[in-house]
Ligand binder design. Structure first.
Ligand code: AMO
Length: 426
């Protein structure tokens, strides 16, 4: 018999359902096994209309064992889903140990490390599962949006020869007889692609950062949504980031109501256009809010400053025209400022990007000015010698997009198996 799911059972059906034992409720004289599958839960009734052997088997099942139940679906007003199954057979496919490391019904809270150590059990909880359903939906929405913008999806190498985002948070690995690194971002490769026949590209993929400290917003392996396009400038790039962000919110708003309910989130699609502040305006506004550590021109925005700005603005916003020294070599620079922009959520930075330096001589000088060896970037610089269009792009953190959208405190919550200073398995 073909398998049926818990959420599609109609009175009168003869069905086979498969899933986990969520709970056994023995009320004496009548008992219920609550079976849970990916679609929901259904009650299996064990009373005197059912074989004694089946009642005995059903009431002795350990929680979270995997079972297959065949039987008849009957209407039952008092059942949570309005129906119940009267079983003709129950087969134990896999028995769970009686002591569970955490409670998948969610009635008893567990600490995050316990949950991450037992992620499969943790993901049986409705709210945790909802996060990853939404994460999948967001990635689908992003791909659809990028494709509607004529961007080609690319996959760039994750084992690389050079750093792109500064040398301190780099993971070295041994690559046969040479030293190599885990990629900090697809930056150099996505730029090379806008000079190829592809012109406009995106990638949703892992980035690796050797962050020394555990924080609720940093991971050592994160997922970056990267975009890069030939023949656009900073304004258009920022506008596209806004559009892509809103497309993700809209999809979740339209398609994920059940998941949002499970998380208790009342999602509002952000209002557009997002506000634009220059860096100068941002530090002035932040200082006016009364910071413990006042910002001086040239400082990066501190967490405290980001919070003050977020409180003052209350919606997504961009910060543009950063001091040249705060930005990497590949961003186009004027005398004092860089044509760089960040997109912020009131809680934290979500995206960084910039108009890129496409003039090879200046790019080489910038690499050297940052204390790096231009020779090591020859593979990248070569692409700029044979026709590189003006271009711009950005990198948006998927985990930060999700935690801000879903009002979650810690980025680890939205990663199946997060990597941080302490955690390398599972
Ligand atoms: P940046 O280093 O600012 O820029 O990264 C872009 C965005 O990626 C996310 N992110 C992270 N999320 C979690 N944990 C981390 N350790 C982490 N590091 C980065 C953030 C951040 O805003 N190449 C440029 C982008 C570009 O210019 O196109 C870059 O990597 O949300």
């Amino acid at each position: 018999m073909e398998r049926s799911y818990a959420d599609e059972l109609e009175p009168g059906d003869a069905v086979l359902v498969k899933g986990w034992v969520h709970e056994v409720r023995d009320l004496g004289g009548i008992a219920f096994v609550i079976l849970r599958d990916t679609s929901g839960k259904v009650q299996v009734k064990l009373d005197d209309s059912v074989d004694d052997e089946l009642v005995e088997l059903g009431t002795s099942l350990s929680r979270e064992s995997v079972i297959a139940v065949e039987g008849a679906v009957e209407e039952e007003e008092r059942a949570p889903t309005g129906v119940e199954i009267v079983p003709s057979s129950i087969e134990v496919l896999n028995e769970a140990e009686p002591e569970l490391p955490l409670d998948p019904s969610g009635k008893v809270d567990a600490e995050l490390p316990t949950r991450l150590d037992n992620r499969t059990l943790d993901l049986r909880k409705e709210d945790v599962k909802a996060i990853f359903e939404i994460r999948g939906e967001v990635q689908d929405a992003l791909r659809e949006k990028f494709r509607s913008l004529d961007a080609t999806e690319i996959n760039t190498p994750k084992i690389v020869a050079t750093a792109t985002e500064g040398g301190t948070d780099l993971f070295p690995i041994s690559y046969f007889e040479r030293e190599a690194f885990m990629n900090q971002s697809p930056q150099l490769f996505k730029q090379m692609m806008v000079g190829s026949g592809l012109e406009r590209v995106f990638e949703i993929g892992p980035i690796f950062r050797a962050e020394e400290h555990n924080t609720p917003r940093h991971l050592n392996e994160a997922t970056s949504i990267d975009f890069e396009s030939a023949f656009i400038d900073d304004d258009e790039a920022m506008h596209l980031c806004q559009e892509v962000t809103v497309a993700a919110y809209e999809r979740v708003h339209e398609e994920c109501q059940e998941e949002l309910d499970a998380l208790g989130v009342d999602l509002e699609v952000p209002e557009t256009p997002f506000e634009y502040l220059t860096y100068d305006e941002a530090i002035e506004l932040a200082n006016a809010e009364g910071l413990e550590h006042e910002l001086e021109w040239g400082d990066d925005l501190t967490t405290e400053a980001e919070q003050a700005l977020g409180d003052a603005i209350g919606e997504h916003y961009f910060v543009t025209d950063w001091p040249a020294d705060t930005k990497p070599f590949y961003v186009m620079k004027g005398d004092e400022t860089a044509r760089a922009y960040d997109m912020m959520h009131p809680r934290m930075e979500l995206m960084s990007g910039g108009q890129r330096e496409h003039r090879v001589d200046r790019l080489r000088d910038e690499i050297a000015a940052q204390g790096l060896e231009p020779e090591e970037f020859e593979y990248y610089l070569r692409a700029f010698r044979y026709g590189m269009p003006p271009h711009a792009g950005w990198g948006l953190g998927l985990e930060r997009l999700l935690v801000t959208m879903l009002e979650i405190d810690n980025v680890r919550e939205v990663v199946l198996f997060p990597r941080d200073r302490q955690r390398l398995a599972p």
